[in-house]
Design a binder for this molecule. Sequence first.
Ligand code: UDP
Ligand code: MG
Length: 312
Amino acid sequence: MEKLSLIVPCYNEEQSLPKFYEEVNRLSKEMDNIEFELLFINDGSKDGTLNILRDLSKQDKRVRYISFSRNFFKEAGIYAGLKNCTGDYAAVMDADLQDPPSLLPEMLGYIKNEGYDSVATRRVTRKGEGKLRSLGAKAFYRIINRISDTEIVTGARDYRLMTRQMVNAVLEVSEYNRFSKGIFGWVGFKTKWLDYKNVERVAGTSNIKFSKLIVYAIEGIVSFSTAPLIFSAILGMLFCLIAFIMIIVIVIKTVAFGDPTSGWPSLACIVFLVSGVQLFSIGIIGEYLAKTYLETKKRPIYIVKETEKDIK
Ligand code: UDP
Ligand code: MG
């Protein structure tokens, strides 16, 4: 029998986990033509998540878990899950039931019967999400799709079912600064997109702060586009051109009308503007340099403290 691995990154999910398990357990009884593996990644939770995972894995041998030594963020969880899962198919999904497990039979059908390598999901509504979050997300997708060659589908979730072949391809992209939505697109393969309406969390609140999302968005842009570097170069050229025109104007003015020493306020403004642009450009370059620096250190993406094998 073929095996389906569900990869579930969890950070402080003690309230959602029992509901999630119940839902998946029910579904697995309906999908009796495939074996299930539930691989939970405990991303340094501060609540009782690990205890729940220990109990579940004792009760049900399909449940496995990997517990990190600290919080490494969701991307590290996804990577750890893909690396350690053993299924012929793997799906990444959230523990809060915002990624409905009930879509799995349909998703599997597309792969098995219609020759797709991957079935991905996107939200077509953002009902129940904060205004600022929605607005930020929209702006992010607009910017990144304009400047990156890799298509990053608007509203895409990390919820995705993949064949083993695609899992292996994603694992080969072993970079430290991970932006899965981009990596999934970058590796290629034939992907079917399913639309669904936003589902609210079953319990608890979102674990991802808005400030963290902004950092994540910048990470996505830096990982999948070098356009900001070109933008700063163009800005530099534009300013050179303006300066050149100004020099000509001033020279002509001085020769034709003499040189009345005036205009220091405008000069002060120009100095501020130009140094602002310079700092901005250095900031952009610095961001790329920082990412390169982190990449060259080759630090591990995550560190494991405990797995289900330790308690069996
Ligand atoms: N998550 C994680 N590590 C983190 C933050 C979140 O593994 O540092 C997990 C979380 O447990 C959930 C998923 O990532 O399963 C999505 O998180 P959340 O629901 O808080 O984000 P949202 O759905 O609001 O984007
Ligand atoms: Mg969620």
